[in-house]
Design a protein around this ligand. Structure first.
Ligand code: NAP
Length: 513
């Protein structure tokens, strides 16, 4: 069995012992071991800052954008290999692998293009200058300069490819070296991509590093001016926030956590077909293991039964099982432990809700043996969502959603807000006034509001897809973080300073003013 080594200080290093063994979640066979105990993390981080950071910062934005384009080329040349790893380690069908692997290529390509248009400076002017004295004799100009520390990414298991590159693209474009710690269960794909990029010798030494496992002291070794971007559960985020480097020393921390996202049908039900299609897609893509997946479906009271039947009818046609087998549309969960956790979550919801579709008895399961982590879709329903706090709070990270009726538009928006801050809400219907109202009402509690009518049915980008053009993140329960959103993503990897200076300096800092 192979061991996934760690890459720090410009060399591959094995940790002491084994932190975890990765398994094929369909066949149950071991795939790789990983371990990162006993590494000299302080030395590794120092090398990243001093070698990688210095070399990256010496380049312009456009030059670094060129590096992203080269990374994308190297990765695309290995696409088939990544699909195979994803199938073995995450149990995904090809369409689901595409969301992760091809999604990472798209995001890298997007930032390569965006970066190629940036100025050839080593700072970014932020807005226009503002006079501080009469006749502009003295002025204030905000500038953004790259962070001199490193960016530590602590990632979730569900996006081993995209989860790395959606963070690394804006970090490297900003001139900030990266240390990625993928989730142990699916670390192989992240590891393979990092290995391919290192071997291609594209980046300056120390710019891209990987830790496979969960070593002691990963946060202790940080400096005050490093940054941490975390993706995972709200519980882990809370634990990391209590670490002294973050709580006391002010290490910048971004958290993307779990979220009980909703999809809303318009009061007249004109978007029913669109909603049903998207709900089924969201419940089954990556077996519902997407932080952005639809967990709550809000429909007008009069359409509750019709919506339930339409969603159930489509779910009944989804064949679940071994992604190697012909006709299987939904693969497995990523690991036996996730399978156990999802089954427990299903039991909890079943105890509090009506079961509207039970994939355990109504789905076609195509898989050999009983080692697999395949869980068929489940649709629950509550007739009185105001009195069911569990469905607004509990994220079951699998192919599971709950249908609920609303009385009027205000009730629908209030129910969506009961997620206590979500990554995304989507709204379906032909009434432009309702779509507009939803945007204004939901923006405060949602990082993204996705509005769909028939005219955009073919071009809309999907409820659950985090497009690099749009903000990804959400307030409150969703972690309070921000990622992507075009050039907004660069802000996390820059420091903002106000420069108060004579006009001759201001003119050089912002020649375009
Ligand atoms: P998790 O258990 O919180 O783990 C996330 C990462 O944190 C993993 O790399 C894990 O390492 C690491 N970790 C756990 N405890 C740690 C500690 N004490 N110190 C340092 N690192 C620690 O989450 P998950 O189960 O991988 O992911 C599923 C969750 O992520 C879901 O709730 C989902 O909603 C959320 N998610 C959110 C987003 C978003 O963008 N908002 C995206 C994807 C997923 P090990 O794997 O080695 O334990």
């Amino acid at each position: 069995m192979k061991t996934l080594a760690n890459y720090l200080e410009g060399r591959w290093q094995n940790g002491q012992g084994q932190d975890a063994v990765l398994v094929d979640p369909v066949l149950g066979t071991p795939l790789a071991a990983l371990g990162a105990q006993g590494l000299d993390l302080a030395a590794g981080y120092r090398y990243a800052r001093e070698q990688g950071g210095a070399a990256l910062r010496a380049m312009t934005y456009a030059e670094r954008a060129g590096l992203l384009a080269k990374i994308s080329q190297v990765l695309q040349a290995n696409r088939d290999k990544y699909y195979d790893i994803s199938l073995q380690n995450s149990g995904t069908v090809a369409n689901d692998t595409a969301v992760d692997v091809d999604g990472s290529f798209y995001t890298l390509g997007y930032y390569a293009k965006l970066g190629s248009r940036l100025t050839d400076t080593q700072w970014r002017a932020d807005g226009a200058s503002d006079a501080l004295a009469r006749d502009n004799a003295y002025a204030s100009q905000h500038i953004q300069v790259p962070v001199r520390g490193l960016a530590l990414f602590i990632n979730a298991f569900n996006f081993p490819a995209w989860g790395l590159w959606e963070k690394a693209a804006p970090a490297l474009l900003s001139g900030v070296p990266v240390v990625v710690k993928p989730a142990s269960a699916t670390a192989w794909l992240t590891h393979e991509m990092v290995k391919d990029v290192i071997e291609a010798d594209i980046l300056p030494n120390g710019s891209l590093n990987i830790i496979c496992g969960r070593p002691e002291g990963m946060l202790d070794a940080l400096d005050t001016l490093d940054v941490v971007s975390f993706t995972g559960s709200a519980d882990t985020a809370a634990e990391l926030r209590r670490h002294p480097r973050i709580r006391l020393d002010g290490v910048r921390f971004n958290a993307e956590t779990d979220s009980v996202n909703s999809a809303i049908l318009d009061p007249k039900g004109t978007g029913l077909d669109l909603l049903v299609r998207e709900v089924v897609r969201e419940m089954t893509i990556k077996s519902g293991q997407k932080c952005t997946a639809i967990r709550r479906i809000l429909v007008p009271e009069a359409l509750y039964e019709q919506a339930a039947q339409a969603i159930a009818a489509k779910l009944a046609g989804v064949v679940v099982g071994d992604p190697r087998l012909e006709g299987v549309r939904m693969g497995s969960l990523v690991s036996p432990s996730q399978c156990k956790a999802i089954k427990q979550g299903i039991e909890q919801l079943a105890g509090a809700c009506d079961t509207l579709f039970d994939g355990r008895t109504q789905s076609t399961l195509k898989v050999e043996g009983d080692q697999h982590a395949c869980v068929p879709p489940m649709l629950f329903g509550v007739r009185d969502p105001d009195t069911h706090p569990l469905v607004h709070h509990m994220e079951v990270f699998g192919p599971v959603a709950t249908l609920m009726p609303y009385r009027d538009a205000d009730h629908a928006f209030a129910l969506a807000r009961r997620g206590q801050g979500s990554l995304v809400a989507s709204v379906y219907g032909e009434d432009t006034d309702f779509l507009f109202e939803a945007a204004v009402q939901l923006a405060e509690s949602h990082g993204r509001v996705h509005l769909v009518n028939e005219s955009v049915a073919k071009v809309q980008t999907g409820h659950g897809n985090a497009m690099p053009q749009s903000n990804h993140g959400g307030p409150g329960r969703a972690g309070g973080g921000q990622e992507l959103g075009g050039l907004r993503a660069l802000a996390f990897y820059h420091r903002l300073a106000a420069v108060q200076a004579p006009p001759a300096v201001i003119d050089r800092l912002n020649p375009t003013k």
